[in-house]
Design a protein around this ligand. Structure first.
Ligand code: GLN
Length: 425
């Protein structure tokens, strides 16, 4: 049953597997040495269940996907006002490494371009660069749910070739947008960018943001919902650099890319996505990563303006009117996440029933994705040697003409089962 979701993800990844457009980031020499064909996709549900497709375990450096995290940590440690006094929240429409500050405030325009990210590092209160990096390292690890490791080769490579970032650092100092020594701040910035992650780590980090700052796997709150709201807002407007407008229209999820080839995308309340493919477009975003996120959004209905309400609490009641018969009762709006939950619970509990009854009579709204996923459930159950019945008086899942029998109530199903079991005289 959960394989119905898995197959969809595999299919979406496969759609873009042949794309070989884009170039590896070579301005950091070490990044030019990675396998250009690596391609992985992970999705974490808001309760921390992970789906993986392709090279989901391949490690790469987090690069700019670190920016929203350090920004969140700065907000968490010194508060919104103190951060706002030093970094703007306006989309710059510029490249990520533009040497620029806001003309009026003399502050970096936003925390998703290098200028703002370098300032964000300088706002982490600490007695030394090492202590600052440790705070950052601990925070990222808590978001992901495992201790991340530093890629020393990438760190050394970026540090040795970081003329542009040094230019940005000294420019910031000259505008009094940086209080600390630029080289010390940059050293921490290079280290944060060189932490290694997998796309599953990114999906987990995304799920932590989707849950308003609570890591669903460790159960640990890493920051407040207010900090996450601000961080996601800036990811919406500035996360994909000057590709942001296009991204919001086509994909509609707060996201952040990095020149290591990763992209994290977040659907608040619902899920986190991590994609990895290191060939980049001219904006520095992963080519296959962008295409994959586009397809995920279109095919699973994940645009944040489509997912209007929190569809997380879809499965309201699971009960057993008699032994071996399990009823799953869905409420509210059924979208991808709700349908995924139904399929996964049905799979997890498969040893506990011979017959399932899916009751969708209290569903308000359903999208095509959820309808397709749930109408495939009957066949998946039969393939598993089980029986599945649908209580669907209004034809929410099984539309007119569908071969699926639609019952009006759970009692009607139970009556039908009884009639069948009663020996014929
Ligand atoms: N470390 C990289 C840099 O500063 C990060 C850039 C990115 O991922 N867009 O150039």
């Amino acid at each position: 049953m959960a394989e119905l979701v898995q197959r969809r993800l595999d299919r979406i990844r496969a759609e873009h597997a042949e794309v070989a457009d884009g170039e590896l980031a070579d301005y950091i020499p070490e990044l030019a040495g990675v396998d250009p064909d690596g391609f992985g996709l992970s999705l974490s549900t808001s309760d921390g269940f992970i789906y993986e497709s392709g090279q989901a375990a391949t490690e790469f450096t987090i690069q700019s996907i670190s920016k929203p995290l350090t920004y969140a940590l700065a907000l968490h440690l010194i508060g919104l006002d103190a951060v706002d006094a030093r970094i703007g929240v306006e989309p710059s429409g510029e490249a990520f490494n533009e040497i620029s500050v806001d003309r009026v405030t003399n502050n970096p325009k936003n925390p998703m371009i290098n200028a703002g990210a370098i300032t964000a590092v300088s706002l982490i209160p600490a007695g030394s660069p090492d202590e600052r990096f440790e705070l950052i390292h601990d925070f990222y690890s808590a978001c992901v749910g495992r201790r991340l490791e530093l890629d020393h080769d990438v760190y050394t490579s970026e540090k040795a070739s970081g003329a542009r970032n040094r230019a940005i650092g000294y420019m910031l100092q000259s505008f009094e947008a940086l209080d600390d020594d630029p080289d010390e701040v940059l050293d921490v910035y290079y280290r944060q960018c060189s932490l290694r992650v997998t796309c599953t780590d990114l999906a987990r980090m995304g799920a932590t943001l989707a849950r308003g700052g609570m890591n669903p796997v460790t159960g640990r709150r890493v920051t407040s919902a207010a900090v996450v709201r601000r961080t996601l807002s800036v990811m919406v407007t500035c996360g994909m650099y000057d590709g942001a407008g296009d991204w919001v229209s086509a994909v509609g999820m707060p996201a952040k890319s990095g020149v290591g080839g990763g992209i994290v995308a977040v659907l608040p309340g619902q899920l986190g996505i991590g994609v990895y493919s290191p060939r980049l477009d001219d904006k520095g975003n992963s080519v296959r990563g962008v295409l994959t996120c586009r397809s995920l959004s279109e095919q699973l209905g994940l645009h944040f303006l489509t997912v209007r309400r929190d569809a997380r609490a879809t499965l309201r009641a699971v009960y057993e009117p008699r032994s071996g018969v399990r009823v799953y009762e869905a409420h509210g709006d059924l979208l991808f996440s709700g349908a995924e939950e139904v399929l996964r619970v049905a799979e997890r509990e498969r040893d506990r029933y011979d017959v399932t009854i899916l009751d969708v009579s209290r569903v308000d709204d359903i999208d095509d994705t959820a309808r397709e996923m749930l109408s495939a459930l009957g066949a998946a159950l039969r393939a598993d040697g089980k029986e599945g019945h649908l209580v669907d008086p209004d034809g929410v899942v099984a539309r007119a003409g569908s071969p699926e029998i639609r019952f009006r109530t759970v009692d009607d199903v139970l009556d039908a089962l009884d009639r069948r079991r009663r020996p014929t005289p």
